[in-house]
Design a protein around this ligand. Structure first.
Ligand code: ATR
Length: 291
């Protein structure tokens, strides 16, 4: 659906003041859109990328009303913004708003990066690429041939399945509601993948276990059996900024533990590359956030 061309949502918008006055200096403008958004680290990450690469951009955080995502996108496009990142709860709305979708966006059925041009709105999803890059480049674990367990079958999982598979992982998806894991795995039958319940994991071992559930938000345990980590395994939690029960369990089981900060920076770097054609160094930015 191309909202700019099909005239679905072109009424004037008043819910938020977006600076749409023409500017003589051609600083390219970008934004991250979410609700809530005040916590977002994206403006700082992109400011650091811009300084590092000498790119002349401005990047701001915009809180769109829960029913106002499409209006916000149209306003930004019309005001000359070059693109935006999209976060919770608008990634599916962003998917719907794009006139063109990348393969990874189609696979995820969610979009976190929009690029605006005269031709329309291109939608992409950089979450999976960010995860794979963080695991391989920053954690030093190559995924090809590895037994990977992905916990969860919600939005966070959907975005990373195809990139994990194309990186060569043999993937198992486990979910509290087992049928959702089965259904997600069934979309990728040409790959080595299976989906099911946590109970079915008894006796299995994995080289990499990724927590893509929201259980950590409520400090809930995830139902993993002892002994599930293979020797030298990596436990990766997409959350950052707190020790989740999954991280604690993984440490007790002898796994190496990583949080999702690297993924956050890597998915931003991938978006920056889509917009600017320049790939920033991520290590200094990750280091700065860890200080
Ligand atoms: P997100 O977009 O963050 O993935 P979501 O789509 O609501 O959010 O999905 C949350 C995921 O975390 C789901 O896989 C959910 O399992 P269900 O599909 O059974 O609901 C999982 N999840 C949430 N709380 C959990 C818990 N306490 N234990 C195990 N899995 C949990």
């Amino acid at each position: 659906m191309n909202l700019l061309n099909d005239g679905v949502l072109v009424s004037p918008v008043t819910m938020r003041a977006i600076d749409d006055t023409p500017r003589p200096k051609m600083t390219d403008r970008y934004a991250v859109i979410g609700n809530p958004i005040s916590h977002s680290k994206s403006p700082l990450i992109h400011a650091l990328f811009a300084t590092q690469t000498g790119q002349d951009i401005a990047y701001e955080a915009i809180e769109a009303p829960l029913d106002g995502f499409f209006d916000t996108i149209i306003r930004l496009h019309c005001a000359g913004y070059k693109g935006c990142n999209v976060t919770v709860p608008f990634k599916f709305d962003a998917y719907e708003s794009a006139s063109e979708l990348s393969e990874r966006a189609l696979s995820a059925q969610a979009v976190n990066t929009l690029k605006f041009s005269e031709d329309g709105i291109a939608g992409d999803n950089t979450d999976g690429a960010g995860l794979v890059r963080d695991i391989e480049q920053n954690c030093g674990v190559q995924l090809r041939g590895k037994r990977v367990l992905l916990m969860g079958a919600g939005g966070a999982s959907c975005g990373v399945v195809l990139p994990l598979l194309t990186a060569g992982a043999t993937l198992t998806i486990a979910n509290r509601t087992a049928q959702k894991a089965v259904d997600l795995a069934d979309k990728f039958l040409e790959f080595r993948i299976r989906g099911g319940s946590y109970d079915e994991l008894a006796g299995a071992q994995f080289d990499v276990i990724i927590n893509a559930t929201s259980a950590g938000l409520t400090d809930s345990e995830v139902p993993l059996p002892a002994g599930i980590f293979a020797a030298n395994a990596l436990a990766y939690d997409m959350m950052y900024g707190r020790e989740t029960p999954f991280m604690k369990f993984a440490r007790e089981q002898g796994a190496t533990v990583a949080d999702g900060l690297g993924m956050l920076v890597e998915q931003a770097a991938e978006a920056f590359y889509i917009w600017r054609g320049v790939r920033p160094l991520t290590a200094p930015v990750i280091t700065q956030f860890r200080l």
